[in-house]
Write a protein that binds this ligand. Sequence first.
Ligand code: NAD
Length: 389
Amino acid sequence: MKTNFDFLSPSVNFFGPGVIEKIGERAKMLNMNHPLIVTDKFLEGVVDGPVAQTLASLDKAGVTYTIYDGVEPNPKIHNIQTAKELYLAENCDSIITVGGGSAHDTGKGTGIILTNGEDITQLAGIETLKNPLPPLMAVNTTAGTGSELTRHCVITNQETHLKFVVVSWRNIPLVSFNDPLLMLDVPAKLTAATGMDAFVQAIEPYVSTNRNELTDGMCIQAIKLIEGSLREAVANGHNVEARTKMVEAEMLAGMAFNNADLGYVHAMAHQLGGQYDAPHGVCCALLLPIVEKYNIIAAPERFAELAEIMGENTEGLSTRDAAELAIKAMRQMADDVGIPRSIKDIGAKPEDFPLMAENALKDGNAFSNPRKGTKEELIQLFQEAYDQE
Ligand code: NAD
């Protein structure tokens, strides 16, 4: 548990049904005269969807803009290079991202190479950015990654298939918008994957070596909210209350890991995402019970507490048995929302495991994992995630 820490979050966070209407006014306040809107073709095409509502508010405030609609899931270096060229060609002065983690990370990555040098691979790591990014606002449409409020920018090198992270306080958007009404039409499968990402982002900081009292509180509340609302959000996407609780949870989890960091689930999920271009939340969910079972011996009491937080009855159980119950509850959640069981389902191949294990140990998320693993142990964890039926 840390007692000396910096606590990072965006300066303003607009939360709640209908807050998207405020974006035009806020762009004016920030002197954004010509933002680059960073999004994808699907969201751009949704009638009255998140992009349409963002543009309507900007139009009303008299803000002109240019749209980059080339965001891909697991954004690649070429995405940020194209967005940067458009930004310069159209004389943009700021960035507004509209979408999930991929849109926000593309916007952050574009900002990074505009002001900190063209080769983003050289900037991977912690606090490598010397210059501020252009003013950045994030309209979030998944619950979710938390990227709309974090200092992380996750990009994939399309040549090496390596997913890497640029972690810097300069990446944190100035303003973020979390409007649950923008998420009502997220399909069930995507709700499950993104919700499981938020779940993992509440669990990993709870057992992280960099946790503190503030992040503990955020993790506990996020886990309770997810336990109480993710299944319903998957089953009935138009339930505004369930969607609202999931957004609250993803924000709490985002703030928690922004300040307490993550662990091997994310370090290994980045390898699966980079290698097989698989959805990030699914990669995290597939690894969660296996990695956390491995972690139990490093923090058995914390895992026993997690079981209680997840609503399990631990009365009369030994610490170890209670900790095992937490792993069972994690697996149950993934099963209930329809996550597959094996990484075979996302195309994983055992011959890739040695290199992926080596790279996972170098990933920025690995250092705060409670148990310090070896390459051989991580190969074994990938293998277990592969063999799991
Ligand atoms: P995503 O942004 O990749 O979006 C997935 C799909 O969902 C897209 O096709 C998009 O069009 C669609 N979509 C988004 N919003 C929708 C809506 N409201 N309705 C219907 N469809 C919608 O998914 P994600 O899980 O939000 O982001 C994953 C990415 O974020 C990964 O690259 C991951 O590594 C990264 N990530 C970043 C951070 C961070 O702090 N920077 C944290 C965790 C994950």
